[in-house]
Design a protein around this ligand. Structure first.
Ligand code: GLA
Length: 697
């Protein structure tokens, strides 16, 4: 049973392997009792109210609350803050009622004086070991109530000494995967850039002594693609308090009489077998509950993207040349990136003018699309709909369509301004131009980019009281556009990109088919980027290209290494194929063919991070599905005199015998041997790599 309620006060949420419990104490506060490995018997939980003696310690701070609200002598971080019209700023609630039905629990909290109701929602994904939380605030009166902080969920863990991992990074250097010990005080991960951004990921991962296969890990990921905040506070009362939700740093939602405000959802889980199991839980949940259903089942095509080959120097003939070679390499989708529209000859101009550039494509896109289709590939294109250059017809016609402060010069980022998606006219313009592009051309893939962060959150058509909600409204506008386009064009595949991995989050995961992981396509950097990415997000969504980025005057990385690295996700090619030569093209075609054979295991299988190049000489990652597995191994720099490496596999059947295809030879080994003794690999050079296929006999 997913949800058990005992004596109207104990709430026990059980999944297949985990339990999450809290109760309503005699003061009406919801207090957390447990989160971890399954304890399904409600009688085990002690629901005595903490005895509080007035003294130096505020009682509410000591309680491990399920839903804390600013005020009432709370000094820890609280998960909500409201301001009533008379200036009162604490929400004092009583639980009014609860509804438990199947896998769904709703708990209704009502202020004792003001007409404010907050409902805590829970959805238990029993088989998938995920508990989903979100909240709703409802103004039952007439006066406006300001919601200044309204997080999606609050979690606590007893004791101290926790460690926290996040995917922090920056442009072209995403997913660093830093880990810190949470000592006294607070650790905050936040984006204030209007998108999830590269600096942190909207999630928490905490543990005390876990590694890939051992130890307890608690985690949660927020389904939101804008400003977010994650706070981990080690309180003086021997517990860790974790908050996650939309950022409150510059936020206020004016909840008018009769209105409701709903928080984004947070997906939380627990693993008793380290980070590996955590990733498996999240990847499975993403595939079964979050991805658009068409995307969850459809394998992603091998794409060629011409950006790194041509940048803005796009011409119809040039693209056709590349398309011929891309088809020879085995690409299934040919993508023209930036530079095909308006007067877009560099990043200084043209954004917003979504007509096909007549000099570059005198007869429109049709000849190129026909050529691409004739070569047996589908056609895709790049857009950046939320932006405009000052030097563009769109800006000249609508200078009032951007976010700006009327008394200040407008700030540029990558020479562009941000369109005001809180304005319905702008939304209509964007939906219409993309709809037209997709209706008039045979386009089956869109790369949706976003290359600057939000800055001046003011919009000419909004009241100034609403300015602090613009961060939020922009994301809602963005979601509404992509949702409408998916409704009108259900077969089109959409990739979420924001200068690389700036929009990798569960909010985009439910509306896009894949992520552009990073603008950094050097495989030596990518290996660590991809490793950290995979902690939370599924490999199928990780677009990865084979490019020339790793090569320099004094370093050449073999094509095999580049290809194997990109084959760890959804394969793409981004190199200048004109420079590759016939032999190179044939070698590339070999990797693409191999990838297509292994694709179902890589895109739909279970991932295991076996070894990390951050700690060892090698990166090794395994994917397994239905009795088959693929193992990728990467040696960056070979230590002198070392030629052999042993890699132990993970998710095989002990007693089964596997045909192991490596280096053109087929060996037969039992699962027990492969997992306990390990596969001995000969790796003799810098940048050696292997792609090994294992199949149960
Ligand atoms: C961003 C993207 C790149 C490319 C360029 C085009 O940087 O991340 O992949 O599309 O924009 O301007």
């Amino acid at each position: 049973m997913g949800i058990i309620v005992k004596e109207d006060r104990l709430f026990l949420l059980n999944t297949r392997n985990t339990s999450y419990a809290f109760f309503r104490d005699d003061d009406g506060i919801l207090v957390q009792l447990y989160w971890g490995k399954k304890i399904e018997r409600p009688e085990d939980y002690d629901t005595e109210t903490m005895v509080w003696e007035q003294g130096y310690h505020p009682a509410v701070d000591k309680k491990r609350e399920e839903c804390s609200s600013f005020g009432m002598m709370r000094y820890k971080e609280a998960s909500m803050k409201f301001i009533f019209s008379d200036g009162v700023r604490d929400f004092r609630y009583r639980m009014q009622e609860y509804r438990a039905e199947g896998d769904r629990l709703d708990i209704v909290l009502q202020d004792q004086h003001y007409p404010l109701r907050v409902t805590l929602h829970y959805q238990v994904h029993e088989e998938l070991d995920i508990i989903e939380k979100w909240r709703e605030a409802e103004n039952l009166g007439e006066e406006t109530i300001g919601a200044e902080r309204f997080f999606s969920g609050e979690f606590t863990l007893p004791g101290n000494g926790y460690r926290s991992i996040n995917c922090n990074g920056t442009w072209a250097d995403e997913f660093k995967g830093y880990e810190d010990t949470l000592c006294a005080g607070k650790k905050i991960y936040e984006s204030m850039r209007g998108a999830t951004a590269h600096v942190a990921t909207p999630a928490f991962i905490v543990h005390q002594d876990a590694d890939e296969t051992r130890g307890e890990v608690w985690f949660a990921a927020l389904a939101w693609s804008g400003n977010f905040k994650v706070i981990a506070e080690q309180t003086p009362y021997d517990y860790l308090n974790l908050q996650i939700g939309i950022s409150d740093t510059d936020f206020c939602w004016n909840l008018k009489g009769g209105e409701t405000f709903v928080s984004p959802r947070v997906y939380a889980g627990f693993s008793d077998e380290g980070l590996g199991k955590m990733s498996n839980i999240l990847h499975r949940f993403a595939a079964q509950r979050v991805m658009p259903s068409a995307s969850a089942e459809r394998p992603l095509r091998v794409l060629y993207n011409s950006w790194e080959a041509t940048t803005f120097q796009v011409t119809c003939e040039g693209q056709m040349e590349l398309a011929k070679k891309a088809a020879q390499a085995g690409a299934e989708l040919f993508v023209v990136d930036d530079g095909w529209f308006g007067q877009r000859s560099s990043d200084h101009l043209g954004l917003g003018d979504w007509y096909v550039n007549p000099e570059k494509f005198p007869e429109g896109l049709k000849p190129l699309i026909d050529c691409v289709k004739g070569l047996g590939m589908d056609f895709g294109i790049w857009i950046e709909p939320e932006m405009v250059n000052e030097n563009s017809d769109l800006y000249r016609a609508h200078p009032d369509w951007i976010y700006r402060y009327s008394t200040r010069p407008v700030l540029e980022g990558r020479y562009q301004y941000m369109l005001d998606l809180t304005n319905p006219e702008v939304i209509r313009f964007i939906v219409d131009f993309i709809d037209r592009l997709l209706s008039e051309n045979d386009i089956s893939y869109i790369k949706w980019d976003m290359n600057r962060a939000m800055g001046e959150c003011a919009a000419p058509h909004l009241e100034k009281e609403e300015y602090q909600s613009i961060w939020y409204r922009h994301v809602q506008g963005f979601y509404s556009i992509i949702e409408e386009l998916r409704r009108r064009h259900p077969m089109v595949e959409f990739e979420a990109c924001a200068s690389g991995g700036g929009r990798v989050d569960f909010g985009c995961l439910s509306r896009f088919d894949e992520f552009w992981t990073s603008d950094n396509t050097d495989p030596l950097d990518r290996l660590s980027i991809q490793e950290t990415y995979s902690l939370l997000y599924p490999p199928k969504y990780m677009r990865a290209w084979i490019t020339d980025a790793a090569d320099s005057a004094d370093r050449r990385v073999p094509l095999s290494f580049k290809a194997h690295c990109a084959m760890c996700g959804s394969l793409g090619i981004g190199m200048d194929l004109n420079r590759l030569g016939e032999d190179g093209l044939a070698e590339l075609a070999g990797y693409v063919e191999e990838y297509k054979r292994l694709r179902p295991i890589i895109q739909f299988g279970r991932l295991s991070r076996l070894q990390s190049g951050r700690k060892d000489d090698l990166y090794a990652v395994e994917y397994d599905k239905d009795g088959e597995a693929v193992l990728f191994v990467f040696l960056q720099l070979r230590p002198r005199g070392k030629y052999e490496y042993t890699v132990k596999l993970r998710n095989l059947e002990e007693t089964a015998v596997y045909a192991v295809e490596a280096d053109g030879r087929v060996l037969e080994k039992s699962g027990a041997y492969l997992m306990n003794h390990g596969l001995v690999l000969n790796m003799r050079a810098d940048f050696s790599s292997k792609c090994i296929h294992l199949k149960k006999r």
